[in-house]
Design a protein around this ligand. Sequence first.
Ligand code: ZN
Length: 138
Amino acid sequence: MSVSTQSFTLQTRGNTDVLDITPQVIQTLRQSGLQNGIATVFVPGSTGGITTVEFEPGLRRDLPEIMEKLIPAGRYHHDETWHDGNGHAHLRSALVGTSFTVPFVAGRLTLGTWQQIVFLDFDNRSRRREILVQLVGE
Ligand code: ZN
């Protein structure tokens, strides 16, 4: 059993930007040389989200639209604390979560054909993000 921890960076536009990070996660798995185990993909930060979706044009629009319905941009108590206007971003991050776990078998992620790993940047400005991938296996 061994552990491989790697990272990659992203430039985002913020405002619930949806980015497919599957290729980068596959790359970290290849570089690790591990064959079987579990990959955890994590964003350090409280205004991002990591989940899975079919990365196609319709859902790339649907995801930001449903987030706006569920947790509209606007005034939240957080903004009274910091006045940074991104209370909705923290709440969306808390709802979606900041990590995603997927098993890998024989050197391949066990994702479905129409299942991609996506990073969502909920913040109200463009950001440079570091995404961590920790692989535990053999
Ligand atoms: Zn904030």
